[in-house]
Write a protein that binds this ligand. Sequence first.
Ligand code: ACO
Length: 374
Amino acid sequence: MSDEIKKGLLGIVVDETEVSKVMPEINSLTYRGYAAQDLCEYCRFEEVAYLILNKDLPNSIQLRKFEKEEKNNRDLSKNLYEIIKHMPKKSHPMDVARTAVSVMGLEDKETSDSSPEANMRKALRIFSKTPTALAAFYRIRSGKKIIKPKKSLSFSENFFYMCFGKVPQKEIVKAFDVSLILYAEHSFNVSTFTARTITSSLSDIHGAITGAIASLKGPLHGGANEEVMHMMKKIKKPANALKWINNALKNKDVVMGFGHRVYKSGDSRVPTMREYFGKVAKIKKDKTFEKIYDIVEKVMIKEKNIHPNVDYPTGPTYHLMGFDTDFFTPIFVISRITGWSAHIMEQHAANKLIRPLASYKGNKHRKVMQLNQR
Ligand code: ACO
């Protein structure tokens, strides 16, 4: 391979952004200049969603208006509910999310308007409706009646309510909110770059988010939180963990929830999420996965010097909250819609078509033979 090729765009700076800053050297992450950890401590997810979309934290009047709009847009069209009802029950919910956002694009009156104002309105509609679409599928595939969104509930409370018919205790809602804050934005990761690439041809926000969802689904990106849970279920009990991880390392397996393209000595989001995972495990009186977590982490750091990424603690946290494993990455989606939307708007504001080059290594020039001569 030529020296000039940077496979995976490794180390390449392709643009500027004001949305977030990942600082692996000091293990820090800021959204619009605010440390993600501080946002987890002092804010609800809605405030952070506002910050990412609107570039500043809201005052109470701005927040009330934003929340009102989010709540008013939660419900889906009859058509979209019908489509979700007819989706194959075995569909992966990430594919449901992808299709639902695509259908929202068919139904949105402003699809072809990519002005900053229209994009902001559309971003809010996608943000409000996607949890409803996912929860509807969650209910339908297990033969339960759809639960419509409730305006008296916060974003996180409403998601629990639409999935399970009830809102859990406030500590669980807080842990869920924290996970959404930590998942909301992370600079030029693969799904965000996908969204920006789609946008760079001046395509629309529904298309860009549909593509971003497809990108997030992969196990090397957001899909890792589901893979972490599959791994933990396979390990089953703490007594099996050491043998399992040593075996995985002997076989040179990729251990899901570990490693990161940017953070090489630890993901800045992990300590906060690890703390909330512990809180949820305590409330649920189930320390099994916490013990497995610690054993696998210790061996990975000692033997490989590879640290966990944020998908490692979120996986078992969502499990303890009662979500099916294949809903973990869709939860990531409902949060990351904020980051994707901000990047899509930023790309529109200073667009340059994204079109890299490739070094050709195929056949040399060949002469076309007519069909009867081949
Ligand atoms: N388990 C075992 N070995 C690993 C792991 C892992 N999870 N991650 C990296 N390594 C090893 C690689 O095998 C490689 O070893 P080598 O140099 O001997 O070949 C070395 O560490 C470098 O890894 P790369 O894959 O080249 O690093 P890259 O930056 O391309 O990959 C990635 C980052 C894809 C995240 C990788 O660490 C991985 O596959 N992790 C598991 C999937 C995962 O958890 N993804 C979630 C990422 S966070 C997010 O999207 C929210």
